[in-house]
Design a protein around this ligand. Structure first.
Ligand SMILES: NC(=O)c1ccc[n+]([C@@H]2O[C@H](COP(=O)([O-])OP(=O)(O)OC[C@H]3O[C@@H](n4cnc5c(N)ncnc54)[C@H](OP(=O)(O)O)[C@@H]3O)[C@@H](O)[C@H]2O)c1
Length: 266
């Protein structure tokens, strides 16, 4: 039996102020999962700078917003420099910006491979290269937001899956390189989470391949053992824990958060 209030009822409050004074950057913090993460870090006492290309009407109050296109080298450099200046240093990097904007056979995706790699993989590589050196003196935490598209063969998502797979491999390797500096590096591997992007994806998939968006939502939920799509707060709770001192022995891990979906795949 599915409890429709599960996301409300199952939450236990995290220690308040556990991130007091920590300085965090959250890419793609203007909506969806990134906004939920930024909100949680602020609640925990962190100073937060977020980025996105467009406006940020749903950005959490209290976060400083830096407009930047992180699919470009210049955009990442601008964001890194501005965030460092605003925060006076960096303790937490959440590489969340990403997504998939085309849902066709990879054989038709000649033009989208580069953008997909840029925003889902190279944006994190470039941002870490700019900001991790700032952390080296005092330690810190780097989070990469990945997808269960890396785990199973999902049709029409291979470019996105490949980019996220690169991100996960890079995340694991970076953890070994940075452990001696007291910097932890983790990735979170997400299943279907209800966000503006997932709504857009359903619309695009129906446009391209037919069907009904509501049916598709039901189908996605039915494939999840816990019976519902994720809520951005499910992810934010986990990230808040992972960047906190409570997770001080966790590094190099790829944490699957998917309502049990990949565990049920055979
Ligand atoms: N939702 C899911 O089911 C799901 C599942 C697995 C993994 N994920 C991953 O979770 C992360 C967040 O997804 P979401 O569903 O919350 O997406 P979303 O609702 O579309 O939000 C994406 C955020 O990233 C920003 N962004 C996108 N492209 C950007 C660019 N080129 N430069 C700078 N900022 C950019 C967006 O702002 P602008 O558009 O204004 O730039 C927005 O703030 C992504 O990495 C995604 O791959 C999501």
């Amino acid at each position: 039996m599915v409890d429709p209030m599960a996301t409300e009822n199952s939450r236990t409050p995290a220690p308040s102020g556990e991130l007091a004074g920590r300085r965090a950057v959250v890419t793609g913090g203007s909506r969806g999962i990134g906004a939920a993460i930024a909100r949680d870090l602020l609640d925990a006492g962190a100073h937060v700078v977020i980025s996105a290309r467009g406006e940020a009407p749903d950005a959490p109050p209290g976060a400083a917003f830096v407009p930047a296109d992180l699919s470009t080298r210049d955009g990442v450099r601008h964001f890194a420099d501005t965030a460092r200046e605003l925060l006076g240093g960096v303790d937490i990097i959440v590489n969340n910006a990403g997504g998939c904007r085309s849902f066709q056979s990879v054989l038709e995706l000649e033009n989208d491979w580069q953008y997909t790699m840029d925003i889902n993989f190279l944006a994190a590589v470039r941002l870490n290269a700019a900001l991790v050196p700032v952390m080296r003196e005092h330690g810190g935490v780097v989070v990469h937001v990945s997808s269960i598209a890396t785990v199973a063969a999902y049709p029409n998502l291979l470019h996105y899956a490949a980019a996220k797979s690169a991100l996960e491999t890079y995340s694991k390797g970076l953890s070994a390189e940075l452990a001696p500096d007291g910097i932890r590096v983790v990735s979170v591997c997400l299943g279907n989470v209800e966000t503006p992007a997932s709504k857009t994806a359903r619309t695009r998939i129906v446009e391209l391949h037919g069907g009904d968006a509501d049916d598709l939502t039901g189908q996605w939920a039915a494939e999840i053992p816990l019976g519902r799509l994720g809520d951005p707060r499910d992810i934010a709770d986990a990230v808040r824990f992972l960047v906190s001192p409570r997770a001080s022995w966790i590094t190099g891990s790829n944490i699957v958060i998917d309502g049990g979906k990949t565990a049920s795949l055979c």
